[in-house]
Design a protein around this ligand. Sequence first.
Ligand code: NDP
Ligand code: 2IT
Length: 450
Amino acid sequence: MPYVKEVFEYLKRSSPYQKEFYQAAEEVVESLRPLMIKYPKYRKHKIIERIVEPERQIFFRVNWVDDNGEIQVNKGYRIEFNSALGPYKGGLRFHPSVTAGVIKFLGFEQIFKNALTGLQIGGGKGGSDFDPKGKSDNEVMRFCQAFMSELFRHIGANTDVPAGDIGVGAREIGYMFGMYKKLANKYEGVLTGKSLNWGGSLARTEATGYGTVYFAKYMLEDRGESLEGKRCVVSGSGNVAIYTIEKLYHLGAIPVTCSDSNGMIYDKEGIDLKLLKELKETNRQRLTEYVKYRPNAKYTPSEEYPDGCNGVYNIECYAAFPSATQNELNLNDAKNLLDNGCFCVSEGANMPSTTEAVDLFVESKICYGPGKAANAGGVSTSQLEMAQNASMVNWTFEEVDERLAQIMKNIYVSASQTAAEFGEPTNLVLGANIAGFKKVADAMIEQGLV
Ligand code: NDP
Ligand code: 2IT
């Protein structure tokens, strides 16, 4: 497909310095080769050229005043990537590493992830280079209000529905919702991940982590395997990591690690979940605190990780759940995992594995669940929150959790059947990319050139 090369050359020229976006886009487009050969209509309708270009990108300035009375300026982004299947849907990330390229890769992944869920949601993503770490509640509130004072005019319950991601949890969603309500003069389901008292859905907090473990369970069941009694490694210690650990315990597995950007915990007997929640969710503390309460656990600062490796993936395990950030797992880490007998990788984070690591996982034919399939439980449950908001009905935890498990099963079946149809039954990268793309592409063709 030499024309794909041309599309990429154009993309790199017209959108320079967006390496994460090229990485995500190249993976998807590479997977599409057999599909493009089988169905020439996608080329005729220039779907690849159209799908890599966001429908709309909103870049804005966010001014706010810190606790010392000093003016601070941050960048704000919302990329409304594709609305073929429904209103733009996807999280907001507040982290100093956020750039246009990072938001664009996340928005691009979101298109296919959302398509795979089978729900009526398009793809979008946003965020800011604002760092909530170390800020007071008042500073976070002022920032969120300033951020929403521009964003509110671009979003709406049937237009674009943001949610959380790194650095954006229930606190930030609350402050942003309050400001949206005031400016738009509308009480509507414009954000998901809301607090349970005023429009949130039960099980949304748990959904991404739980979903990633359900996905691993379904991959393993298909091979006659299970997580019961198995040692697992988890990276990160935020929302996704915590509820991955919780669901692993429900299924009788033993999660032995977690991490943050400064270091990792290895707790041989299993991570103390209650302690982790208290440190992270309640007190917003660092992981260095963990070993004060669990003297048998080991804390390793990231400077002491073996050369070129992430310490988490050096620990012997049966299954790995990368749940921190993009490109946290490189080729060395993938080799370490496989050498140590790891048989399952289910990605809670978005694009946590580098291209080389993904290739090795696929080649080795282990159970490998790429992020856009394995972590789709979060956005799926966000859509369940939207459905509850629209119908003014609240479902029980069990009802939402059952739907979540069923959606994860459907995603697994869709990705694995598509992979089999194209002759590579264990290649869920191929299966997820083709299945997601086909849904969006067909809708784009049917809706005409808009
Ligand atoms: P949180 O902010 O709750 O937690 C993020 C965790 O990852 C923290 O432990 C953080 O450590 C760590 N982390 C972040 N950046 C880095 C970095 N550069 N290097 C090392 N560690 C880092 O975010 P979430 O748990 O919500 O998100 C985690 C991942 O899951 C992200 O990739 C996100 O896109 C993805 N995801 C989230 C969904 C959701 O519903 N929340 C849905 C689907 C995917 P520290 O405290 O030191 O920053
Ligand atoms: O990456 C993701 O899917 C999310 N951060 C969740 C998006 C959402 O709309 O719930």
